[in-house]
Design a protein around this ligand. Structure first.
Ligand code: ADP
Ligand code: MG
Length: 702
C-alpha cells in the first residue's frame, strides 16, 4: 500500500484549482495525469520582472514592470490598426498596444484614471515607447508579487502560462515534506537540501544557473529518481538471488547434434557467451543474465544451445518473444536444431485455442515437450511445466521486470536469460538491466555484408522507386543475369498517431502497387494475425518483392533475400532504431543497400545522426553517439525504446549520479535488506514516489 503521506501527490491534476476537465487533458498531455507529474514539470527558462523603472528609464528591448496611470483609450478605426491605451507616470508616457483587442475587456482592466502595474517588453515605435500585449496587468497591491523572477515552463498548445503557473503554484503550496531517505552525510557532502525545499527551489529558479541540470536542487531530485530506480532493481535482484538456484548441467550430447546440423560455425563471441551461460546454469546460483547483441548477431542460436543444455539435464526451457511474428520466427530457427537433437519443441501463442492448445499444455505438464517458444501465452496461469529450468526472454525492449519474473515463477529456481537487440551504452545498460549480468555479442557472423547506407532527399523518391524496380527485376534496365532481390519499405513514424502511420503506409503501398502490380505486400499493426502472416510469408517466399510496413516490429523478420531497405522520413526515427532496421538486410551474402530518405531541411543534429549511420555499422558506437547527440532522456523516453524513462535525471549529464545510486543501493540493501526502521520507511516512500511499487514487495521482511 502506498504510504498515506503520498496521497496528495497522486491525486489527479484536476484536483488543483483552475484545472477543470478540459485544461486537465492539456496538462495530462504535457506533464502527466497526477499532481506529482506536474511537480516534476520543471521550468525551462525564466523572465526577470524585478526591473521596475520609471517610464523614462525603461530602455527598449528590456522586460520592465512599470507602475502607470491610465490616460486614455484610442480605439482603432479598423481591425488592421491596433488598439492603443496611453498610460503615464511622472517621468513620461508609454502606449500599451493590443491587436484584435476586445474593448470591454480593456475597459475593465485598464479603466481611465486608475493606477495599474504592467509588465512586458518595452519597445520603441517611431520614437514612441510602447509595450505590445503586456504579459501582466495587475493592481497596485499585487506589485511585489509580480516584480519577481518568473519561471517559464514548457507549454502545450491551448494551455496558458498563467493557468499552468497557478496550478504548479497551488501544488507547491500545499506540499508536505517527505521523510528524508538520503544519508545525512551525503546531503552534507553534496550540499543538498531536503526534498520539498529542493523541489521548490527547482520550480522557482532565480538565475539561469538554477535552470541547469547541474544545479544543487536539480541534482538532488535527479538523484532521488536514480536511487529509486537502482534500489528497485537491487531489490528484484536480491529477491531472485535469495530464491537460490540449482545446477543444471548437461553432457553436451544434444548440443553436439545441433551444432552438426548448423550450416555455419559459431563465432568466438557466440562461443564465449554460450560458455558464460552454461557456467551460470551449472552453478548452484540462479542465472540472471542479459545477452546483448545487434539484430542478426546470432543471439537466438546461442539461446537455442542453452535450451538444449537444459534438455540434456532432462529439464525444460521456454523462450518468450514480444510478438507473434517474432515467436514464429524463433520457432523456425529452433525447430531444425531440436529436430536434430530428436526433441519435441512446441509453439504456443495467443492464437492457439481449444483442443490443440490443451494437447500442448498436457504434453508440457507431462514433460513430453522439451521446450516451448511463444508469446505472452507461455506465462498464462494455466500453463504448467513438468520441470522448467531455463527461461529465455527475447526482450526486444518490450517486457518489463514483472514479465521476466512471471516466466521465472513457472518453475523451480529457473535460470533467466534475457536477450535484447537494443545496443545501449554501458551506463544505460546498468540502468535498464542493472539486475542482470551481461554477455555481449560484438562481432557479426561470417558472411554478413556491411550494408551500403545512403541518405537521399525525399524529393528524389522517383529515382528511388526506379532503383527498387531494377533491384526486384521488373524494370527495364535491370542488368541481365541479375538475381532479383527483395525490398523492405518502412514508412514514416508519425508522432503519436497510429492512424496516420497507417494511412501513410497504405498510401505508399497503393502507389508502389500501381508501379509494380502484384509484387507489393503490406503489413502493419492493425492487421489481423493471419493477414500479417500471409503478407510476411509471401514476402519471405519471394512472391512479393516489396514489403511496405509501418513499425519495427513488423520488420522483425529474417528474409535473407532482402537486399534493400528504404526508410522514409529517416530523420524521425531514433538512431538505434534505424540501425536495428538496417540489420534486417545484408544477411544473404549479397551486397545490401539501405536508403535513408529524409525531408528537407535537415537540422544540424539530424544531419550528423544520419552521417553516423553512413559511417559505422557498430551498434554500440551508434548507441554512444546517439546518447551524445540526443541525451539519454530522448533515448530512454521515446515510445520506441520502452526503457525506463526518467523525469528528472538526464543521463547524459547525471551519469556519475547513476553510478553513485547503484553503489548506494547495494550498500543500503547490504546493511538493511528489509528496509527496516525510519530510514527504511523513508526509502519505501521514495520507491512509491517513483512508482516502483512492485519492488517494495521484495524487501525482505524482518
Ligand atoms: P539475432 O537473434 O541476434 O537477431 P539470429 O540468431 O536470429 O540473430 O541470427 C540471425 C541469422 O544469422 C540467422 O539466420 C542465423 O541462422 C544466422 N547466424 C547465426 N549465427 C551465425 C554464425 N555464427 N555464422 C553464420 N550465420 C549465423
Ligand atoms: Mg533474432
Amino acid at each position: 500500500m502506498r504510504p498515506q503521506i503520498l496521497n496528495p501527490l497522486f491525486r489527479p491534476v484536476t484536483a488543483l484549482p483552475g484545472i477543470g476537465p478540459r485544461v486537465g487533458k492539456l496538462v495530462e498531455r504535457l506533464a502527466g495525469s497526477k499532481v506529482v507529474d506536474l511537480l516534476w514539470h520543471l521550468p525551462a527558462g525564466l523572465i526577470d520582472r524585478r526591473f521596475a523603472p520609471k517610464i523614462k528609464d525603461a530602455p527598449p528591448g528590456q522586460v520592465a514592470t512599470i507602475t502607470v496611470t491610465v490616460d486614455k483609450h484610442a480605439k482603432p478605426p479598423n481591425r488592421r490598426v491596433p488598439y492603443r491605451v496611453r498610460v503615464y507616470d511622472e517621468t513620461g508616457r508609454i502606449d500599451l498596444v493590443f491587436f484584435n483587442a476586445r474593448e470591454d475587456w480593456l475597459m475593465k482592466n485598464l479603466p481611465v484614471g486608475e493606477t495599474r502595474v504592467v509588465s512586458g517588453r518595452v519597445e520603441d515605435f517611431r520614437g514612441t515607447r510602447q509595450m505590445t500585449h503586456p504579459d501582466h496587468i495587475a493592481l497596485l497591491e499585487e506589485r511585489d508579487q509580480l516584480a519577481a523572477v518568473e519561471p517559464v515552463w514548457p507549454l502545450t498548445q491551448g494551455l496558458s502560462p498563467k493557468t499552468l503557473a497557478r496550478a504548479i503554484g497551488a501544488a507547491l503550496d500545499d506540499l508536505s515534506d517527505l521523510p528524508e531517505w538520503h544519508d545525512p552525510a551525503l546531503l552534507k557532502r553534496e550540499g543538498w537540501a531536503g526534498w520539498r525545499e529542493a523541489l521548490r527551489a527547482a520550480q522557482a529558479p532565480q538565475t539561469s544557473d538554477d535552470l541547469s541540470p547541474e544545479s544543487k536542487a536539480r541534482r538532488r531530485l535527479a538523484y532521488d529518481e536514480l536511487l529509486a530506480s537502482q534500489l528497485a532493481m537491487a531489490l528484484v535482484r536480491a529477491h531472485m538471488r535469495r530464491q537460490g538456484g540449482r545446477k543444471t548441467a548437461g553432457d553436451g550430447r544434444l548440443r553436439r547434434l545441433a551444432l552438426a546440423a548448423l550450416s555455419f560455425r559459431l563465432t568466438s563471441g557466440q562461443k564465449q557467451a554460450l560458455d558464460e551461460i552454461i557456467a551460470d546454469m551449472e552453478a548452484p546460483q540462479r542465472m540472471l543474465r542479459l545477452l546483448q547483441g545487434d539484430v542478426g548477431s546470432g543471439k537466438t542460436v546461442v539461446a537455442a544451445l542453452a535450451m538444449l543444455a537444459a534438455a540434456e539435464a532432462g529439464r525444460q526451457s521456454a523462450l518468450m518473444a514480444p510478438t507473434e511474428i517474432l515467436a514464429r520466427q524463433h520457432f523456425a530457427t529452433l525447430a531444425p536444431l531440436f529436430e536434430a537433437a530428436g526433441l519435441r519443441l512446441a509453439l504456443l501463442t495467443g492464437r492457439d485455442r481449444g483442443a490443440p492448445r490443451r494437447a500442448t499444455l498436457e504434453a508440457l505438464a507431462a514433460g513430453d515437450i522439451a521446450a516451448v517458444v511463444g508469446t505472452h501465452a507461455v506465462i498464462q496461469d494455466d500453463v504448467a511445466y513438468k520441470d522448467l529450468a531455463l527461461a529465455v526472454v527475447d526482450e526486444q525492449h518490450r517486457f518489463g521486470v514483472a514479465q521476466r519474473l512471471s516466466l521465472a515463477a513457472k518453475g523451480n529456481a529457473v535460470d533467466v536469460l534475457v536477450m535484447t537487440a537494443t545496443p545501449i551504452p554501458r551506463t544505460l545498460t546498468l540502468l535498464a538491466y542493472g539486475d542482470l549480468d551481461v554477455s555481449r555479442l560484438t562481432e557479426k557472423p561470417a558472411g554478413r555484408q556491411a550494408v551500403d547506407t545512403r541518405t537521399v532527399p525525399l524529393k528524389r523518391l522517383g529515382d528511388v522507386v526506379g532503383a527498387v524496380g531494377r533491384e526486384i527485376g521488373v524494370s527495364r534496365g535491370a542488368p541481365s543475369g541479375h538475381e532479383p532481390g527483395s525490398v523492405f519499405w518502412v514508412c514514416p513514424l508519425v508522432a503519436e498517431s497510429e492512424v496516420s502511420d497507417l494511412a501513410a503506409a497504405e498510401e505508399r503501398f497503393a502507389a508502389l502497387e500501381r508501379v509494380f502490380p502484384g509484387r507489393v505486400g503490406l503489413v502493419h499493426g492493425k492487421m489481423r494475425a493471419a493477414e500479417k502472416d500471409a503478407a510476411v510469408a509471401a514476402f519471405a517466399e519471394g512472391r512479393t518483392r516489396v514489403l511496405v510496413s509501418t513499425t519495427v516490429i513488423e520488420v522483425g523478420v529474417d528474409v535473407p533475400a532482402a537486399t534493400v531497405m528504404v526508410i522514409e522520413h529517416a530523420e524521425r526515427f531514433g538512431l538505434a532504431q534505424l540501425h536495428q532496421l538496417r540489420g534486417r538486410i545484408g544477411r544473404g551474402g549479397r551486397a545490401a543497400t539501405c536508403l535513408l530518405l529524409y525531408a528537407e531541411p535537415l537540422s544540424a543534429t539530424a544531419r550528423e545522426r544520419l552521417k553516423i549511420l553512413r559511417e559505422t555499422d557498430d551498434g554500440f558506437r551508434i548507441a554512444e553517439e546517439d546518447l551524445r547527440l540526443r541525451g539519454a532522456g530522448e533515448i530512454l523516453g521515446t515510445r520506441q525504446s520502452g526503457l525506463p524513462a526518467f523525469r528528472l535525471a538526464d543521463l547524459a549529464v547525471h551519469g556519475e549520479l547513476m553510478q553513485m545510486a547503484r553503489d548506494d543501493a547495494s550498500l543500503i540493501l547490504s546493511k538493511n535488506p528489509g528496509l527496516a526502521g525510519a530510514r527504511g520507511d523513508a526509502l519505501r516512500v521514495l520507491l512509491y514516489l517513483f512508482e516502483r511499487d512492485a519492488a517494495v514487495g521484495y524487501a525482505r521482511s524482518g
